[in-house]
Design a protein around this ligand. Structure first.
Ligand code: HEC
Length: 136
């Protein structure tokens, strides 16, 4: 019995550590969010474009992609911007999150027109934020 308990305890430690870690971990950085969602042809924004432009849209797959925008989009506002003031950042990050929500709402509703319009808004949002908040 003791042996079994010890083994169970050992087996549980990494699980508990991982769970606690997930809560204590800081929100993903702006840079990592941008890289995952917007950097290059493998990023989620490009994946979503291909999914949305498919002649037979796979709404389950689209919904998985748009969830990433909601989850990672929410992380933007938990960071401080590398440049520009915090109030402006909060506004921009919130706008990004609203765009992410619009993508996801459209995916849930399987509404292609709404999805395209949300993609367009997001595609047009890059510069106004980068101009003010992206360093270098
Ligand atoms: C809410 C503000 C905001 C919006 C909107 C935004 N970005 Fe960014 N982006 C940033 C900031 C801030 C950085 C710099 C992050 C850093 O280097 O710490 C950045 C960095 C990047 C990078 C560089 C990532 C890397 O690996 O260094 C890419 C690529 C990028 N953004 C693409 C986009 C595209 C494409 C859009 C629009 C579809 C967009 N961003 C919209 C704030 C934003």
């Amino acid at each position: 019995m003791k042996g079994w308990l010890a083994m169970a305890a050992v087996a549980l430690v990494p699980v508990v550590a991982a769970t606690v870690g997930a809560f204590e971990e800081k929100a993903p950085s702006i840079k990592s969010v941008m890289a995952k969602l917007h950097k290059g042809s493998k990023a989620q924004f490009a994946v979503l474009k291909a999914q949305a432009e498919s002649p037979t849209p796979d709404w389950d797959a689209i919904g998985k992609t748009t969830k990433d925008f909601v989850i990672l989009g929410a992380a933007l506002g938990k960071n401080d911007p590398p440049k520009g003031d915090k109030e402006s950042w909060k506004t921009q990050a919130n706008k990004y999150f609203q765009n992410s929500k619009a993508l996801d709402d459209a995916a849930q509703a399987k509404d292609l027109a709404a999805l395209q319009s949300a993609r367009k808004s997001m595609g047009e949002s890059c510069k106004s934020c980068h101009n003010v908040h992206r360093g270098k």
